[in-house]
Design a protein around this ligand. Structure first.
Ligand code: SP5
Ligand code: ZN
Length: 344
């Protein structure tokens, strides 16, 4: 399968995130993609370097003020104090209900809160460059599929599906899957189905397309009554305005078995088939794996082959975009299994 990698991902390497009030090593670390690249190369796969500038498409899925902030966020942080080079910025105040989010504060940490949904999305010096190169990889993969390739895989980090129109969150900065879907639309697909199989609901992607009928968003994920991101991903969210009926959430309880998960996949595939789409984008989170350290589904490595097989049977030009998955050493096997299942 055509595969694009992100040559700049290692520049996004924050040291810590917060968990239960403690600083712990980041789950979303460079080794994740190193393992996937290793498994791809072992399979004889060429890794292509991004060759499409995603900037115009990023402006279609993210707000200008958010993109402008993110692009220079690290320089803004250093401008406060050169010693910040060794310190991770974290938001500490957020414009929740009754507070104003139309104003852009002069204080950097306040701006970081304006553009963040959580304090679990640490930044580093190379974050913008890594996120932008990842979006370029997604745009490149989608461009080849729009031009007739059967499928392509965007092997990147940081992930993207929690990043909304104007905010970062859940380890995500730029929404790579949204970029892929928008590229397919721009290049002729009338309707795109975007299926998110990450353990966590793709709140950012849902929000980007919630009022649009041209991108059907479907997500299978841990029930947000108990699982991150909590505040979106519930079954009564079905789209709004022209997008009414083009959003489908299929939450499953923490602890769900592979058998039940595949029943949900069947429902998702039935909706894609009935609603009709010219192309498919898959937000390929691998944190549904039974060994994932932060998630609670129970797919075995062999199940990922079945995921690929089932998605291939939809018969749609397909862009796979890597999202979460934190059992780093097993990510290579699980990713390659999806691609093998799709291609066999
Ligand atoms: C892309 C993606 O998968 N983002 C996930 C963001 C999850 N953020 C919350 C992390 C909470 C960590 N919980 C650790 C539980 C260890 N037992
Ligand atoms: Zn996830």
């Amino acid at each position: 399968m055509i595969t694009y990698h992100n040559p700049l991902h290692q520049g996004h390497a924050p040291a810590h995130e917060f968990f239960r009030g403690e600083r712990v090593p980041c789950f979303e670390k460079p080794a994740r993609v190193d393992y996937v690249e290793g498994a791809l190369r072992a399979r004889g796969q060429d890794l292509m370097t991004p060759d499409v500038d995603s900037a115009p498409v990023l402006s279609q899925v993210h707000a200008p003020r958010y993109l402008a902030f993110l692009q220079t966020a690290w320089q803004q942080w250093l401008a406060l104090d050169p010693a910040n080079a060794g310190v991770q910025p974290f938001p500490s105040v957020w414009p929740v209900r009754t507070l104003r989010s139309d104003l852009v504060p002069e204080n950097f940490v306040a701006r970081l809160g304006l553009y963040s949904m959580d304090n679990g999305t640490p930044m580093a010096s190379g974050t913008w460059a890594a996120a932008k190169a990842g979006a370029d990889a997604a745009a490149s993969a989608a461009t080849l599929v729009a031009q007739g390739a059967r499928a392509a895989f965007c092997c990147t980090r940081p992930p993207g599906h929690h990043a909304g129109p104007d905010f970062m969150g859940g380890y995500c900065f730029l929404n790579n899957a949204a970029v892929a879907a928008q590229v397919l639309r721009n290049q002729g697909a009338q309707r795109v189905a975007l299926l998110d199989v990450d353990y966590h609901h793709g709140n950012g992607t849902q929000s980007i397309f919630y009022d649009r009928a041209d991108v059907l968003f479907i997500s299978i994920h841990g029930d947000p009554r108990t699982e991150y991101p909590f505040y979106l991903g519930h079954p009564d969210e079905t789209g709004v305005g022209e997008g009414a009926g083009f959003n489908l959430n299929l939450p499953l309880p923490a602890g769900t078995s592979a058998t039940t998960w595949f029943d949900a996949l069947e429902s998702a595939c039935a909706r894609i088939a009935s609603q009709g789409a010219d192309a498919l984008v898959v937000s390929l989170g691998l944190d549904t794996f039974e060994g994932d350290p932060i998630s609670k589904f129970a797919l075995a490595s062999a199940d990922f082959t079945r995921v690929g097989e089932r998605l291939a049977r939809l018969g749609l030009p397909t862009v796979f975009v890597l999202e979460g998955g934190y059992a780093a050493a097993e990510l290579g096997t699980n990713a390659v299994n999806v691609l093998d299942g799709f291609e066999q």
